[in-house]
Design a binder for this molecule. Structure first.
Ligand code: C2E
Ligand code: MG
Ligand code: MG
Ligand code: MG
Length: 288
């Protein structure tokens, strides 16, 4: 921290601190305005069956249509929104909008291969006292069936206050909603907690998938996690699949679902039904 920089370094540090504080304050105001003025939008990324690329569901991913800066991805604002608490309002909007959009797709085409929409829930949002009520309301307001909703929570949430989180998860699952652990493998998880966690799906983080073709150890690790998960009755989604070889390797391990640029990037809502129909009619039978 500015050590050895003398007085000038300290002054500069003070100025930087001030600027950072101002930026945080501006950000906080801007995020609250953005909620009021409905500047958030959703893209949806397909989650596919690895065996034939049929789209089984979609993950809703929030973006900020900023009046001056253009379209901003979550890395530009989700952390700040967590800190300021704005994520609770944003998350409520995301939940309702994702369910509204998904219900529309189901109503327009009851034969769609789309079975669920996956929605990211931040730790702060999950821990609000009325989160389960918000979920129930969003389902009721949009006419969505509970089994259409998959809530993505993170490992770190699960690790703190485990008893309370387990009770809340049970209440949500009693509604018929399913729960996924997102970015699995990036936290300090021990595999043993999976046994006690009332969850349905494990999303294996991209960092776990990146090396499976080039590292025998990494391949073995992912293989073991897939097997263990299935023995615990958890479905597995491999995140960040970018190459055909990764798809094939994961499919061979018995991993059922995948998500990544190899199949599709996050898309605007208008592109989803067409793509789902296309993959339904022309499944890529890639298993060898
Ligand atoms: P995530 O939930 O793990 O979502 C997957 C992220 O990986 C998305 O980034 C997606 O675009 C990206 N991705 C998917 N496939 C590939 C691939 O093959 N290669 C690479 N390099 N990237 C891939 P995105 O949309 O920028 O979202 C980043 C993170 O922001 C999400 O990670 C999630 O943690 C958070 N986020 C997104 N939407 C929401 C939201 O509505 N609420 C909350 N609380 N967090 C959100
Ligand atoms: Mg996610
Ligand atoms: Mg993820
Ligand atoms: Mg991830």
């Amino acid at each position: 921290l500015a050590k050895g920089n003398g007085k000038g370094g300290w002054q500069r540090y003070q100025n930087d601190l001030h600027t950072a504080m101002m930026q945080r304050l501006e950000m906080r105001t801007a995020l609250h305005e953005a909620i009021e003025e409905e500047q958030f939008v959703l893209q949806f990324q397909p989650i596919v069956e690895l065996v034939d690329q049929k789209i089984s569901g979609v993950e809703a991913l929030v973006r900020w249509q900023h009046p001056a800066k253009g379209l901003l991805g979550p890395y530009h604002f989700v952390e700040a929104a967590e800190e300021s608490g704005a994520i609770v309002g944003i998350g409520t909007w995301v939940l309702r909008e994702a369910l509204r959009q998904f219900s529309q797709w189901k109503n327009e085409n009851p034969d769609t291969t789309l079975r669920y929409v996956s929605v990211n829930v931040s730790a702060r949002q999950f821990r609000t006292a009325d989160f389960a009520d918000r979920v129930r309301e969003a389902l009721a307001e949009t006419g969505a069936r509970p089994e259409w909703l998959l809530l993505e929570i993170t490992e770190s949430l699960v690790l703190k206050d485990a008893d309370k989180v387990i009770a809340d998860l049970k209440a949500l699952r009693a509604l018929g909603v399913r729960v996924a652990i997102d970015d699995f493998g990036t936290g300090y998880s021990s595999l043993s907690y999976l046994r006690q966690m009332p969850v349905d799906v494990l999303k294996l983080d991209k960092s776990f998938i990146d090396d499976i073709l080039h590292s025998r150890q990494q391949h073995a690790l992912v293989d073991a996690i897939v097997t263990l998960s299935h023995n615990l009755d958890l479905a597995v989604v491999a995140e960040g699949i970018e190459e055909a070889g990764q798809r094939a390797a994961l499919d061979a391990m018995g991993c059922q679902y995948g998500q990544g640029y190899h199949f599709a990037r996050p898309l605007w809502p208008g592109d989803i039904p067409g793509l789902a129909a296309e993959y339904q009619e022309h499944p890529a039978m890639q298993r060898v």
